[in-house]
Design a protein around this ligand. Structure first.
Ligand code: HOZ
Length: 426
């Protein structure tokens, strides 16, 4: 058995002071019946806990670390930036450069604003959509997670789904009523919602590849249909690409599928592991943001120079030829091996490039209802077994595994071999 004495001691201390001992609920590992490991450091594809155990990391800080931990150019850029001052609350040259890089990569971004978290990006995009259309309703999809702003905590994915929290106390009923949550991949339901409420719907927000109920790709025609419905009804289409941006392709899912949303939310990879996110889109819409227009949003740490430096260094490192092809190859290999390992266990593996989820259900998994058919006990056993083998997976059935550039073929072989052993005991 792995020695986890230091993690246990720290967790006991944390429980006294922080709700659930953590600063974000899924980190408490409650859903997988285990105690969280406290991480001391990371390097490449590995993390090391405070008891000296090492793990191959498939969480990647929930997505940002597409280059792996402590990527030398990112560390150097962060150190350089920090040495010159960590925050000014004033414009800096790096912001302009990052805005240029984002605009050059993501088709729907004519203008952009930097913020500090994915929650903030989605919350701000929603406010802009409401401000620009003069309408109040928002359509989202069951199991999609757009951060924890009030309007999005209705049938949300990620942590609330993992903890089986139906909604959240503290979200006023009259705010929740402005959110229509519909099944993912079901265009018919979207058409019906527009038939009933068309003139009141400000926006449809969607994860173009869902990552927060586990990975669920869009059906052919789903995103195209949303685009058409929104255009016809004068509603705005928001792509929440906090996970998929620079993950499934440099230009995100919108580049991959060739669909331009009106607004896009980015986070995770664009901050290179530091707190940075962005939202942006059509120039006429973004021009409604203060100080040009009347829609307000602001932040002391928006465009923070250290986070901008990490983002720039990260996005630069993704430019090299074959970067995404290499990730695709690794993802496809791991998918094949995990499926072989699970030959005797009913599973469904959904994958797009370097993000994937192994659902413990025969599937298919195309929406939240189907994702929830997963055998959570079996997932927990798998998670615990893999951890014991030194493979660190997301502690929830409803999250994605992420592969980074740092994962070597040997790392993937170790992961597959561990999965074969663990699956044979399930
Ligand atoms: N909502 C994040 C996963 N999709 C979890 C963030 C965290 O706990 O770090």
């Amino acid at each position: 058995m792995t020695n986890t004495a230091n993690s246990e001691r720290l967790f006991q201390a944390a429980l006294e002071m922080m709700p659930g001992g953590v600063n974000s609920p899924v980190r408490a590992w409650g859903a997988v019946g285990a105690l969280p490991r406290f991480i001391a450091r990371g390097e490449g594809a590995r993390v090391y806990d405070v008891d000296g155990n090492s793990y191959l990391d498939c969480v990647a800080s929930w997505g940002p670390l597409i280059l792996g931990h402590a990527y030398p150019q990112v560390v150097a850029a962060v150190s350089r930036a920090a040495a010159g001052g960590t925050s000014f609350g004033a414009p800096t040259p790096g912001e302009v450069e990052l805005a240029q890089v984002l605009r050059g990569a993501v088709p729907g971004l004519e203008m952009v604003r930097l913020v500090s978290s994915g929650t903030e990006a989605c919350m701000s995009a929603l406010r802009l959509a409401r401000g620009a259309t003069g309408r109040n309703l928002v359509v989202k999809f069951d199991g999609c997670y757009h951060g924890h702003a009030d309007s999005f905590l209705v049938a949300a994915g990620s942590g609330v789904l993992t903890q089986s929290i139906p909604g959240s106390p503290g979200v006023p009923e009259n705010i929740a009523q402005l959110t229509l949550s519909l099944p993912y991949n079901d265009l018919e339901r979207v058409r019906r919602a527009f038939k009933d409420h068309g003139g009141e719907i400000a926006t449809v927000i969607v994860e173009p590849v869902a990552g927060n109920m586990g990975v669920v790709p869009p059906w052919p025609g789903f995103l195209e249909g949303l685009r058409q419905i929104c255009t016809d009804a004068g509603a705005l289409l928001i792509f929440d690409e906090v996970i998929t941006g620079f993950r499934v392709a440099r230009g995100g899912a919108q580049a991959l599928y060739g669909i331009k949303p009106d607004l896009t939310c980015l986070g995770k990879i664009v901050g290179g592991g530091l707190p940075l996110a962005a939202y942006g889109g059509r120039r006429d819409l973004m021009s409604q943001m203060a100080p040009v227009g009347p829609v307000y949003q602001a932040g002391t740490l928006s465009g923070n120079p250290v986070a901008v430096a990490a983002g720039l260094a990260t996005l630069k490192a993704l430019e090299g030829p074959g970067f995404y092809e290499d990730l695709e190859e690794k993802g496809a290999w791991l998918e094949k091996e995990l499926m072989k390992a699970a030959a005797q266990v009913p599973v469904t593996l959904n994958r797009l490039g370097s993000m994937m989820t192994l659902f413990f259900t025969a599937g298919p998994v195309t929406n939240l209802e189907e994702a929830k058919k997963s055998n959570l006990k079996r997932f927990s056993k798998f998670f615990q077994g893999m951890l014991e083998e030194g493979i660190y997976l997301p502690p929830s059935q409803f999250e994605a595994f992420f592969i980074s550039r740092a994962h070597t073929p040997e790392d993937l072989e170790l992961t597959a071999a561990a999965a074969r052993r663990v699956m044979s005991r399930l």
